[in-house]
Design a protein around this ligand. Structure first.
Ligand code: ZN
Length: 69
């Protein structure tokens, strides 16, 4: 088997992979990455502030030794 020669510039990928805006699903813009617009970014931020993002934080992490059946 012959190993493939490594060609630089074979596949040109964009600086950043476009990923959908977490808010509305539109392609994100570079300025507001990973959001599509400032509006969505603010929306997301306000969600954090209002606490809609309920992140389950186990306050007993110090006690949890891994045996939580
Ligand atoms: Zn958006």
């Amino acid at each position: 088997m012959t190993s493939e020669p490594i060609k630089t510039g074979g596949k040109v990928e964009p600086l950043r992979k476009t990923r959908p805006c977490p808010e509305c699903g539109k392609p994100s813009s570079r300025e507001n990455y990973p959001f599509c617009s400032d509006r969505c970014r603010t929306l997301d931020l306000s969600r954090w502030l209002t606490g809609s993002y309920a992140i389950p934080v186990s306050e007993d992490q110090t006690k949890a030794d891994g045996s939580d059946d």
